[in-house]
Design a protein around this ligand. Structure first.
Ligand SMILES: Nc1nc2c(ncn2[C@@H]2O[C@H](COP(=O)(O)OP(=O)(O)OP(=O)(O)O)[C@@H](O)[C@H]2O)c(=O)[nH]1
Ligand SMILES: [Mg+2]
Length: 1006
């Protein structure tokens, strides 16, 4: 086929009804780029002989070397379907989990997607992930079952077995779609019910209860993949063939004289041909007959492979060639590799590009058909409700639907047009700026074509946005257009490295380069730590490598060196263990030992008159000038609560925002759904925090931390302090009634800040805390104790009487009142210039420090543990290499969750968890040890408590016996902790030389 000219593409761009924006999605290595090659070859951009080998859209060097796609790339193709000409803006996406953010971007740009599934491997974790992403973005998928040749050549299935196998794969894919659909319908149903309930309440009329789930009426006929619907293609991209059953229906309707529609309905399914009666009958399986699909479709392909590849039967091949009416060049038929001949025949007989592209044109929507639901979803950011958006913005919805969006593709670090200014924007948008575009581009795989203009409804590249765009942006001519909802990312950035230039003088270049990388990569994060280090956070090892290469070759263009990956940990406390390290029952011993330890520290460290630890773990800290005391106890949170809090981070953040706005007296337009979700979270917490210890706890939550939304909380157990709860936004209606009882005491903020600081970095190795509740049991701000240290008095010059007024128990004094008294009294004192503000500040500052100290000590008074970040991995391996996979997993502290055999193959699927700290080089090691037969994909899953105690020393007699006095057997937690401490430059308690004398004599004797 001849090369499509640029003019033709430009002309086609003007007809959005015949434009299709689509992406190819799949699990890693299922053949996306190979399929894209075939489609690209149909436009004459690459030769069809090279299609599948070139992987044209993998244009980066590292992509070619590794053989995986790392960046999405886009290309515009032309296709004539019948008498219509179509423009296809195709995006090939990566399948490796590390790059799933690229998939999110691609999905956002498109209206439809080709989901590719490997016929042998079937539905894999990423297949599920991409189906979910497509669903969440409301884009329509079609299915390509690829690599059918592997069923013939590798698994050596018969055509009948292959049919059953394909049926199973379709079932698996449809099961995923089905569950997405069901959950959506049920959700909608619940929402509707709620609305109706409210209406009912108003009306109070006759009640008719409707108990149907809503699933019965919901229309799902267009939802599932089925060959007779025309949304499934069977293909082998590498051999260049593919077909939908429409094609075969047409071929056979002429040959057999059956109507094409009848064949279309019966070619897939349990139908067989009754040759005698010349009828198509149902019930092939029961009667032991061959299904139509097997007889008319698969058998032909099987016999072709048999003749060409297996038996190399020249005569038969010639017969087939003439009967199919294809032309084969002499050099192809004489080629030593039979696959060349095979693909020459197949790609003419059943060209995959034709099958796939006509399905795309017929089944995927044009940009004009964008669903109203999708536009609303895009425009209502976060907790906002669409119907609360300004009118001007709502009007844009119609415009968007009618004219459709022009999508940008920010692949390269390449606005608002002129004539508008940020000041006349309607909604409150935090980051709004004006910019002008320099040039527009058509994306053609490896090349860019500069264009004068691009009509709406197309995918294009823009240059000149690097100053205004960070990762993603919404460009609009109208300032009323709200920023679109952020992308759904599946991957969490977790691997961090510190980066520095080889030559220190090149620092500015590195900083600029990192800024560009941050702009261009949707998932990578770049930050400067408090230590001054430049840190890059990526989703995984492969992503890290790509970011470093990008930085070196494209963005900074300097030599850089990267540190070893910095592995994050969390610190937590647990309930005292019941047995010791040799599984002996402990009784109260351990508890006593811990308290003993804390006491020791106290006497060694700070003077104990400002710090008191009681045997139950309650820590009381008095601030240096004796004005205030806090008593704090650390309590481990139940595991489910920690998980819940971690999952609900976004929600807690919204809760915090709502509370903040309420405190500032602003009104908030939060969607009903968010409020419901907050109430749901509260109810779940109440449900999980049962028992005497947690009585009324949820109501008493004071703050979450660190950063106000972390997985720890501060509990108000101060007697007589009825603080406003964090949930008060839920009961906004009866605020007036509450206000009398609930107040916020002075210096409340200091307590919260102290708690935030303590949870941000714990005492073990200054890593954030997780799953800890700090309960404040006493809190006095008073004047009773006369300061003994003169210096502290001088430093602070505080009027005790003044503070006495702020002694609390329900005090509602405003700070100005307090300050007034202070000012009046301090004039008579030694330092009259000490202004009112002066005496306020030291207390709040000291209180923050005291609170932080109290939390840290309280934390230390409990059994402490480290928490490690865990990856989950699914490894597919054949039986021969299974043992080696287990070996590598075991060596790296991995834990196998389950193992099952994939039906119809000799593959095992192993699901395991593995600490992130042990994961570096894991994929490589597995690949090497199994000679490339198994390759795992690691996805961050959760945090897990490491069971060993890093501070453990033998205490009981049995432990001494078992571990010896030194107890220096490997303590994983201690190793991790010391590694972090060493990296951070903290004190590491480690004996480098033990029994020094003995060692010296030994070396002398040598
Ligand atoms: N047997 C067979 N192999 C195929 C077929 N299609 C692709 N492959 C092979 O599968 C491997 C992966 O193909 P790619 O096209 O790079 O897969 P991908 O989905 O783009 O992979 P990522 O982009 O890394 O996710 C290559 O070695 C291809 O040669 C096919 O139809 N049959
Ligand atoms: Mg690829």
């Amino acid at each position: 086929m001849g090369l499509t000219s640029l003019d033709k593409i430009i002309a086609l761009q003007r007809n959005p009804a015949n434009t299709r924006n689509l992406c190819i999605l799949a699990h890693v290595d299922h053949g996306k780029t190979t399929l894209a090659d075939c489609l690209v070859a149909s436009n004459g951009i690459i030769s069809s002989r090279l299609a599948g080998k070139l992987r044209y859209l993998d244009s980066r060097e590292d992509e070619q070397i590794r053989g995986i796609t790392m960046k999405s790339s886009a290309i515009s193709l032309h296709y004539s379907n019948g008498d219509q000409e179509y423009l296809l803006n195709l995006i090939d996406s990566p399948g490796h989990v590390d790059f799933s953010s690229e998939v999110s971007t691609a999905v956002r740009l498109c209206d439809g997607a080709i989901v590719v599934v490997d016929a042998v491997e079937g539905v894999c974790p990423q297949t599920q992930a991409v189906l979910r992403q497509a669903w969440l973005e409301n884009i329509k998928p079609v299915l390509v079952i690829n690599k059918i040749d592997r069923l013939i050549m590798e698994l050596k299935l018969t055509s009948q077995e292959a049919y059953t196998h394909l049926q199973k794969i379709l079932e698996q894919v449809n099961a995923v779609t089905g569950s997405l659909f069901t959950s959506k319908v049920l959700e909608e149903r619940a929402e509707k019910e709620k609305e109706e309930e409210e209406k009912e309440k108003e009306k109070d009329g006759d009640q008719v209860y409707d108990w149907s789930t809503g699933l019965e009426e919901a229309d799902d006929s267009q939802l599932y993949f089925s060959p007779d619907q025309g949304n499934v293609v069977f293909a082998s991209a590498i051999d260049g063939w593919g077909f939908s059953i429409q094609q075969f229906a047409q071929i056979y309707s002429q040959r057999m004289g059956v109507r094409a529609e009848v064949l279309l309905k019966t070619l897939w399914g349990d139908f067989y041909l009754n040759a005698k009666a010349k009828k198509i009958m149902k019930g092939a399986q029961a009667k032991g007959k061959k299904q139509l699909f097997v007889q008319l479709v698969l058998d032909n392909i099987w016999s072709l492979y048999d003749a060409v590849v297996t038996r190399r039967d020249k005569e038969k091949v010639e017969k087939v060639v003439t009967s199919l009416g294809v032309k084969v060049m002499a050099r192809d038929s004489r080629h030593s590799d039979p696959k060349v001949l095979l693909s020459a025949i197949c790609s003419q007989w059943l060209p995959v590009s034709q099958a796939v592209l006509s399905m795309v044109c017929e089944k995927l929507p044009s940009p004009l058909d964008m669903a109203a639901e999708k536009v609303e979803k895009l425009m209502s950011v976060g907790a906002r409700r669409f119907d609360l958006l300004p009118e001007q913005t709502q009007e844009l919805k119609k415009a968007l639907q009618k004219r459709s969006l022009t999508r940008l593709y920010l692949n390269e670090p390449v606005c608002l047009p002129e004539g508008c200014s940020a000041s006349d924007c309607v909604p409150e948008v935090p980051y709004l700026s004006c910019c002008s575009m320099e040039s527009l581009y058509l994306l053609m795989g490896r090349e860019l074509e500069e264009l004068e203009q691009v009509p709406a409804g197309n995918v294009l590249g823009i240059r000149g946005l690097e100053e205004c765009v960070l990762k993603s942006a919404t460009l609009s001519t109208s300032p009323a257009c709200p920023p679109f909802t952020p992308l759904n990312f599946e991957a969490t950035p977790i691997v961090r490295v510190a980066i520095e230039p080889k030559h220190p003088s090149e620092m500015p270049k590195l900083v600029r380069g990192m800024r560009l990388l941050n702009q261009a990569d949707p998932c990578a994060e770049v930050l400067i730590q408090e230590t001054g280090e430049h840190v890059l956070v990526t989703a995984g090892e492969v992503h890290l490598q790509r970011c470093l290469d990008d930085l070196r070759d494209r963005f900074a263009k300097i030599e850089i060196s990267a540190s070893k990956p910095i592995i994050p940990f969390r610190e937590t406390v647990v309930r005292p263990p019941k047995v010791d390290m040799v599984n002996e029952d402990l009784g109260k011993q351990q508890k006593v030992a811990i308290i003993h330890q804390v006491k020791e520290e106290v006497t060694q460290g700070r003077s104990s008159d400002t710090l008191h630890v009681d045997p139950s773990g309650l820590v009381t800290v008095t601030i240096p000038n004796r004005m205030a005391t806090v008593s704090v106890r650390a309590i481990p949170l139940p595991e489910e609560v920690t998980h819940l809090l971690e999952r609900s981070t976004e929600l807690i953040r919204s809760l915090e925002q709502v509370n903040m706005s309420l405190r500032e007296g602003k009104t908030v337009d939060v969607s009903l759904r968010t409020m419901e979700a907050i109430a749901g979270l509260k109810a779940q917490l109440e449900n999980l925090l049962q028992g005497r210890k947690w009585r009324n706890a949820v109501e008493r939550i004071w703050a979450f931390g660190p950063r106000r939304y972390g997985p720890n909380f501060l509990l108000n157990s101060v007697e007589g302090y009825q603080r406003l709860s964090v949930w008060h936004c839920l009961g906004r209606g009866d605020k007036a009634g509450e206000a009398g009882a609930a107040v916020i005491r002075d210096f409340d903020n200091s307590i919260v800040s102290g708690f935030q600081l303590a949870t941000l970095s714990g005492p073990m190795c200054e890593e954030p805390l997780m799953g800890v509740c700090f309960s404040v049991e006493r809190w006095d701000v008073q004047s009773s104790a006369v300061p003994q240290h003169q210096d502290s008095l001088e430093e602070n010059s505080i009027s005790h009487e003044a503070l006495a007024n702020s002694r609390v128990e329900g005090s509602t004094k405003t700070s100005s009142e307090v300050e007034g008294t202070v000012a009046g009294q301090s004039q008579a004192r030694r330092r009259p210039e000490a202004a009112s503000a002066d005496c306020y500040r030291p207390v709040s500052g000291q209180l923050i420090a005291a609170m932080k100290e109290a939390c840290r000590r309280a934390f230390q008074a409990q059994p402490q543990r480290l928490m490690a970040a865990m990856y989950t991995c699914e490894i597919m391996a054949t039986a021969e290499v299974l043992g080696r996979v287990y070996g590598v997993l075991g060596k790296r502290e991995g834990r196998v969750l389950h193992e099952e055999m994939k039906e119809g193959t000799d593959m095992f699927i192993i699901k395991a968890v593995l600490p992130v700290a042990e994961s570096f080089g894991f994929a490589d090691e597995i690949r090497k040890r199994t000679s490339g037969l198994a390759s795992p994909q690691l996805v961050f899953s959760h945090w897990e408590v490491i069971s060993s105690d890093p501070h453990w020393v033998p205490t009981t007699e049995e432990e001494y016996l078992h571990f010896g006095e030194k107890a220096d057997s490997a303590n994983q937690a201690l190793k991790y902790m010391n590694a972090v401490r060493r990296r951070k430059g903290l004190y590491v308690e480690e004996k480098i030389v033990e029994h020094a004398e003995k060692q010296r004599t030994l070396s002398k004797n040598k």
